[in-house]
Ligand binder design. Sequence first.
Ligand SMILES: Nc1ncnc2c1ncn2[C@@H]1O[C@H](COP(=O)(O)OP(=O)(O)OP(=O)(O)O)[C@@H](O)[C@H]1O
Length: 365
Amino acid sequence: MNISNSGHSVDIVEVTKTFANVTAVHKVSLNIRKGEFMTLLGPSGCGKTTLLNMVAGFETQTSGAIQIDGKDISDVPPYMRETGMVFQSYALFPHMNVFDNIAFGLRMRKLPAREIKAEVERALDMMKLSGMEGRRVRQLSGGQQQRIALARAIVIRPKVLLLDEPLSALDKNLRLQMQVELKELHQKTGLTTIFVTHDQGEALSLSDRVVVMSRGEVQQVSAPIELYTQPANGFVASFIGEINALPKARCQKSGQDFRFEVCPEISLNGRQPARQELKDGQMVHIFIRPEHIEIAGPRHNGANIVKGNVAAHIYQGTHTQTRVNVPGIGLVELRTKGAAAIDQAPLGSEIALSVPLDEAVILPA
Ligand SMILES: Nc1ncnc2c1ncn2[C@@H]1O[C@H](COP(=O)(O)OP(=O)(O)OP(=O)(O)O)[C@@H](O)[C@H]1O
């Protein structure tokens, strides 16, 4: 069932927003495609809610333009923008029952009662809430309330669905379940969606593309896999997933072969990384994810091996996170399957680690 009116694009053009002396959003330009699920991700205070509120019309940009389908909507009031918004706090009307909450926007638009009933039923059905029409909001669980907030947003057939941390008030299991439901909802409706979160797991699992923001600026716009494997800079590398940041290293180049001097005792060798253009003598940052580092064995052939002492094991069920203190580098984290590392590398013992440079992210310093 496709309830959207056929997909709409959103363009954010050079948008800046300042509050008194705070620049919350700085020269942000984004194109959100028709039917796309786009996530704004970043730490608290990076400006993602302010950006969403400007699309909704709750805030006015200081400069720049916001367009839906190429038309500037900067002067259109929020209720005329045809956007549906869901807030973290749900913001339902506590004195109304479920039906009246969902019907609110349709009544404001003065639709005939019969049409309102049909539309509300459709939204209830889509959010798996059929039969709950008469319930008071207070009698419902957090997950049910959030589904009503979603039903209320989609019932008006918005051009764009705006979601501001809609899952963060839910407990972990419910959040995972609602992630699946959000994804299903997006697939069913095809609605262009802008989703705000500071939870990178949520961003990776739900989005077509993710915008990583920091201090009011866009750091990277990429599909989830690219974001994880090809972070554009150190901020993104460190913000998405876990990653080891090695000390700055000097790159020595000889043809296609590279040598990175991490510290006087440790050099790592590799071939020309496919995506990076590095020069001889250049300083670089090397980032490597815990799941790519292994406890060295005969098959590692002695290449790119560093030695250190086991400082901690953190057992996590599916895997063990091990911290190794490597002289010249500092703490290095590796992630291995199950609990084997706990016996294989007892606390305090010296172990050798294989650092596969072809899995590393190497960025100019
Ligand atoms: N109405 C306001 N008046 C003054 N400063 C504001 C206002 N709204 C936001 N800010 C400031 O703008 C910056 C960005 O805030 P914003 O709420 O957009 O960030 P956020 O990334 O959504 O953070 P969070 O995840 O904590 O909501 C912050 O420094 C914030 O203090």
